[in-house]
Design a binder for this molecule. Sequence first.
Ligand code: SF4
Ligand code: SF4
Length: 465
Amino acid sequence: MIQVEAIPVLGPVSLARPSNAPPAFHLLAKPTGAACNLDCAYCFFLDKEAFYPGSAFRMSDEMLDNYIRQLIESHTVDQVTIAWQGGEPTLMGLDFYRRAMALAEKYRRPGMTFLHTMQTNGTLIDDEWASFFKEHNFLIGLSLDGPRELHDVYRVDKGGRPTFDRVMRGLRHLQAHGVEYNLLTTVNHVNGDYPLEVYRFLRDEAGTDWMQFIPVVERINDDGLTLYQRGTAVSDRSVGAEQFGRFLSVIFDEWVSRDVGRIFVQTFEASLRNWMGMASSGMCVFNETCGTGLAIEHNGDIYTCDHFVEPDYLLGNIDKSHMIELVASERQVKFGRDKLDTLPAYCRTCDVRFACHGECPKNRFLMTPDGEPGLNYLCAGFKAFFHHVDFPMKIMAGLIQRDRDPREVMLIMKQAFAGASRNEPCPCGSGRKFKLCHGRPAPIPGAQRLPSPQSRSAVNRNMKS
Ligand code: SF4
Ligand code: SF4
């Protein structure tokens, strides 16, 4: 039984703070619900409009006030993250966010600071938006799937038109104003075959030093929609398990040979933290448990996670219950613990479990080889990737633990592999031939050329459900 203590409140819904309430949590706000100006073919969120029939999909000013107030009241730490996502959050218009800033200031406690973040497709960002983001120190996540030929395969607008130029224009506005940003690349069936083209484009042409690679695993329900995390069928747009492992491994090899300490790749950093035995990897998917990353819809409904915005995972509405009661509810605590409690024996005995932890529960819909449900669809890829990076990860972890510069790994790797010959065992100790391991990543089928605009539209026609 969870104990509660009453503390004074400012607004109509009283705050009874459960004793198990976390001091901080991450809540993704969706002020436009699923509404978006684009129609990205693989977007798992667009179908969610069906859960709110007749809605205008706009967070009201009353709800905005309630949301900001409760978010601040719920935190007992001095820094609060106010995170916006969608749908497309910029559709709310700048004045909505100006009001949000004023409300944050109104409810701010002495000594409290805010980290404002927004995940956006970037197509509406102009000089005025960028200047606003800079003024309030926003951290912007911008979705970009690689060079034009790869980005425009799936990231199209409502008329099916490509969006690459509009996204790049938004990015240049952010850069011109010195806004802090990172690039989020979804790895799908098409760009998954072009790891180096994607990585080098993001680094050298887009000009970022911070990247996230998110696998597209799109479960298709019996009715052909993607409303629920149900069923074992995935769309043709989804990245393959081995394909994703190869994608990460090829990029890692380039990164560890020249970019350590210069380019931040979220998956690599999270892996290193796990190799060092740190308490958190910094990514919920690679932690033992989860449950502190929730989502709030435009009407105040709170869900367990951004990936589980569906009725079975609705915790309640902040007009009826205080946010912190929902965040600390037994249902939410169980949701987070289930990540560990439902891990199949195959994962529990896996040699890279410490790095993977079975990844995200939403992707656990395969059978293990011994017939237990709950194996991650991406397992084969994660296993391959984590084995591939084991040697350099151990080197980097060792360097940091001895207070040395982890960038030394680049020279150490070069020296370790300098005299290795192709058909001999790889110096990393994997037992595989050098040419099949760190000697050179496996060739990527069909990856010699980027798709032409013609084949790109053919891909789109064939794959759009
Ligand atoms: S369900 Fe997946 S995405 Fe959601 S919090 Fe858990 S690990 Fe993270
Ligand atoms: S690599 Fe596969 S078996 Fe190992 S923990 Fe991850 S999902 Fe489980």
